[in-house]
Ligand binder design. Structure first.
Ligand SMILES: NC(=O)c1ccc[n+]([C@@H]2O[C@H](COP(=O)([O-])OP(=O)(O)OC[C@H]3O[C@@H](n4cnc5c(N)ncnc54)[C@H](OP(=O)(O)O)[C@@H]3O)[C@@H](O)[C@H]2O)c1
Length: 268
């Protein structure tokens, strides 16, 4: 019988992974177990997907191959650490932001291997980017399993743990920058005289279309930017305003602030 995967935490990210695993047939619902605290999220997830909710993972340990840690980082101390006491064949995958492998090793000293991953919210629709680093080098079978599990959220990238703070700042927090940019573009469209609904539709379609063009053309962002920018034209006027106001420097300092905060969280 195929070994099971268990989730500690059944919130937004766990729900996205579980749905992706079932949809992509990596696991069937009867091979997935979850446990949550007391806000009903485990029951909601079990009812929505047909997976099993349990109030203790201990009796299931012999059947579990992979444990996904998907609670909030500040809830790590409340997890029943005896879970892996008898589970030395279990690989732990953590999606906890700002929680280094060293800290996870202290909490789960018996784990066979520990994977620290950083997914992002587009993973909720299978369009996420997830980076991961592992405590021990992954054997081929283990690598395939880990990448198929994290692949339920979208693309998967193996990285060094030292890169995870920068990745948190780029792709982990990145969706928020994009949403903030779109929101600002909508406000700017309204300022320029458009109805809010129309500004909203045009801003979203512009971002979506531009990203698709970028992916499908194989051109660089700079090449595509230059292709819309004729000398003395409207786009050039806008881009000049962006560069006069240090748009790139501003974005760079935002990303560096997020990276600094990720390092601080990992040390606290
Ligand atoms: N959302 C993002 O964009 C994003 C991106 C990358 C990484 N992450 C990481 O993903 C993790 C989960 O985020 P989320 O947005 O999915 O959080 P969430 O929706 O708040 O879910 C947290 C889950 O953990 C459960 N839980 C809390 N304490 C527990 C305990 N002692 N034992 C078992 N389960 C417990 C909660 O159960 P109850 O609801 O019953 O209390 C809930 O099901 C976080 O560590 C975050 O850093 C999130």
């Amino acid at each position: 019988m195929k070994k099971k995967i268990a989730f500690i935490g059944a919130g937004r990210m766990a729900t996205a992974i579980v749905k992706g695993l079932i949809q992509k047939k990596v696991y069937s619902s009867n091979e997935i177990v979850c446990i949550s605290a007391n806000d009903n999220t485990g029951t909601v997830l079990a009812q929505a997907t047909g997976i099993t909710e349990t109030d203790s993972l201990l009796p299931l340990i012999p059947e579990i191959e992979t444990l996904v840690l998907a609670c909030k980082p500040q809830q790590l101390d409340q997890i029943d650490s005896s879970i892996l006491e008898h589970g030395s064949q279990i690989t732990l995958i953590s999606i906890l932001a700002g929680t280094p492998i060293s800290r996870l090793s202290e909490a789960f000293p018996k784990a066979k291997n520990i994977i620290r991953s950083m997914p992002n919210t587009p993973g909720q629709i299978g369009c996420g980017s997830t980076a991961y680093a592992s405590l021990n080098i992954l054997e081929t079978d283990e690598l395939e399993l880990i990448e198929s599990i994290l692949g339920a959220l979208g693309t998967v990238h193996s990285v060094k743990e030292s890169e995870i703070d920068a990745i948190t700042a780029l792709s982990g927090s990145g969706p928020a920058y994009v949403f903030e940019f779109i929101s600002a573009l909508i406000d700017a469209g309204v300022k320029a005289g458009l109805e809010k609904d129309l500004a909203n539709t045009l801003a979203v379609e512009t971002v979506l279309g531009s990203v698709k063009l970028l992916k499908e053309s194989g051109a660089s962002p700079e090449e595509l930017r230059n292709a819309v920018t004729s000398p003395g034209g409207t786009t050039e006027a806008a881009l000049n305003t962006l560069s006069e106001n240090d748009f790139r420097a501003l974005l760079q300092s935002a990303v560096l602030s997020a990276k600094k905060r990720s390092i601080e969280l990992a040390q606290s």
